[in-house]
Design a protein around this ligand. Structure first.
Ligand code: KIV
Length: 263
């Protein structure tokens, strides 16, 4: 088994799994010092490409960004989100997951559950492609952003789904927007780790979209904690640069290229 996956599995019931998303090398390089798991999420559709949902991201987009992220990673587990349509049946899923693995050298892929595609997880695991599941609010299959698992009936249904994903061979599972009581039960009942987003402290680990927690994306639902308002910091720098250019204090002679050295 991949040693990085083993490390994630060993954290269950011991220490929390720290995860964030990345779409580029420079961000991945910073995250890699702290994260156990870095996800190249299809959330890049909203965050980077300004789309209203995740549906317009292609496999080529995901591969391109993963190649960049991979260059910034030394120790974290690199997980790649399979975009909508790229795993709609076993044959397509196998072809695309193999392609992603071969072109990016990622550690694992993530599939959103539609409560039916367990056989796809099973097949990918069979051909030695590690899979992370994803239940609750799954933007590829659900239009409405709402809390999941908030009644006993819905908890039962989610738990059944989570157990089938575990049985299919997934090594971990993302719980998105799942009510605290439900995430507690699911986390307790599964032997694989749960990684929560908007699903309370009851999960084995947490994930956030990095641009959200940095205050860059403009999307701040209640479950996002903004650790910094990077938009304001960037604006301050750009404002200063604009002024410098206008008053001709940049470039100064310090920035002139003399001789053959450019550094
Ligand atoms: O695409 C993404 O960033 C995700 C996380 C929200 C888990 O799936």
């Amino acid at each position: 088994m991949n040693q990085k996956i083993k490390k994630i599995l060993n954290k269950k019931n011991k220490s929390k799994i720290v995860s964030l998303t990345a779409y580029s090398k420079n961000i991945a390089k910073i995250l890699d010092n702290y994260c156990d798991l870095i996800l190249v999420g299809d959330s890049m559709a909203n965050v980077l490409y300004g789309e209203n949902d995740t549906h317009k991201i292609t496999l080529e987009n995901i591969i391109q960004h993963t190649k960049s992220v991979k260059k910034g990673i030394k120790k974290s587990l690199l997980v790649v989100d399979m975009p909508i349509g790229s795993y709609k049946n076993k044959k397509i899923a196998k072809k695309n997951a193999k392609l992603v693995k071969r072109l990016t050298n990622c550690d694992a892929i993530k599939l959103e559950s539609n409560n039916k595609n367990f056989n796809i997880i099973k097949e990918l695991v069979r051909i030695k492609i590690p899979v992370m599941g994803h239940i609750g609010y799954t933007p590829q299959f659900k239009k409405k952003f709402k809390i999941e698992g908030d009644t006993p009936f819905k908890i039962k249904k989610l738990l059944k789904e989570a157990k089938l994903i575990e049985k299919a061979g997934a090594f971990a599972i993302v719980l998105e927007c799942i009510a605290p009581h439900a995430s507690k039960i699911i986390t307790k009942e599964l032997s694989i780790p749960t990684i929560g987003i908007g699903s309370s402290i009851n999960c084995d680990g947490q994930i956030l979209v990095t641009d959200d927690m940095l205050g860059l994306s403009g999307f701040y639902p209640k479950f996002v904690k903004k650790y910094i308002t990077l938009d304001r910091i960037i604006e301050k720098a750009v404002k200063k640069y604009t002024k410098d250019v206008k008053i001709k204090s940049f470039p100064s002679t310090k920035n002139y290229l003399n001789g053959r050295k450019y550094k």
